[in-house]
Design a protein around this ligand. Structure first.
Ligand code: ZN
Ligand code: ZN
Length: 270
């Protein structure tokens, strides 16, 4: 195993594929967030939109820093149930710093009742992604079967994307990979009680793996319970590397190459 320190210039660099740096937890903290990323060898981060009123702040972050990118989308938990305008999503996604559509998907855990509006919203995002040719960032919670069905019905495989903060079974991971999607692991994979998920992290094909923090949520061990930050994706990567018998450098090289292959529009690494 090759032990290149994340602080050394030879370290390939890690990417946090999913964070919410526009949330108020991070107001006024950008300098310390970026310094912590640097110290941990985290070179880039993808800032995820959760609703359209909040999108300008997400885009501002990606415009202010050339190692941050943005997505545009309305989270399945977002309470305003009015239909999402697909044409509006497509228009916002044309911005060169916007590299994906999302986060979108289904969440039957946090929201209940008749969720047809949530499924329609998810369909609108997939249609927008196909229209603008950008990949999808998909959130699924207690809704894996319907998520996969809608992905198939709407042709999500044409653009691909990522199943973010993955917590589902091996069968769901296999189905998503089959559809051309990537699987992103968060701090949950570092938790002691995450045995089944650790097994999935051993099995996902290396060329479909990503890592993320979902900051400010889900801080990995040994920071569990604290406010999560992109620099801590290193702990997620270390655990996934350990599970696969790989070095941190190997895992970083693979996941970072995967990130830039997937989110190729707007992320040219000049
Ligand atoms: Zn999510
Ligand atoms: Zn998120």
């Amino acid at each position: 195993m090759n032990a290149v320190s994340p602080e050394s210039a030879a370290f390939p660099g890690l990417v946090d594929s999913h964070c919410h740096l526009d949330f108020p937890d991070f107001d006024g903290k950008m300098a310390e967030i970026r310094e912590e990323m640097r110290v941990n060898g985290v070179t880039h981060a993808l800032c995820i939109s959760v609703n359209l009123p909040g999108f300008p702040k997400v885009l501002d972050i990606a415009e202010a820093h050339d190692n941050f990118f943005a997505t545009v989308g309305v989270h399945p938990d977002h309470e305003d149930r009015t239909a999402v305008d697909r044409a509006r999503l497509v228009q916002l996604a044309r911005h060169p710093r916007v590299v994906a559509i999302g986060e979108t998907g289904l969440d039957y855990y946090r929201v209940s009742g008749d969720l047809e509006w949530q499924r329609e919203r998810f369909r609108a995002h997939i249609r927008a992604a196909r229209e603008c040719g950008k990949p999808l960032v998909i959130h699924t919670r207690q809704a894996a079967e319907d998520t996969l069905t809608i992905m198939r019905e709407e042709g999500a495989g044409e653009v691909g994307g990522v199943m973010h903060c993955f917590t589902e079974s091996q069968a769901v991971a296999d189905a998503a990979v089959e559809l051309g999607f990537h699987i992103s692991f968060s701090g949950i994979v570092t938790f002691k009680n995450a045995g089944a998920l650790k097994d999935v992290a051993r099995q996902v094909p290396l060329e479909r793996l990503l890592v993320e923090t979902d900051s400010p949520y889900l801080a990995p061990v040994p920071h569990r319970g604290k406010i999560n930050r992109p620099g801590l994706v290193r702990h997620v990567a270390e655990e996934v590397a350990r599970l696969r018998g790989a070095s941190l450098s190997e895992l970083a090289a693979a996941t970072t190459a995967n990130f830039f292959r997937l989110f190729k529009d707007g992320t040219s690494r000049s």
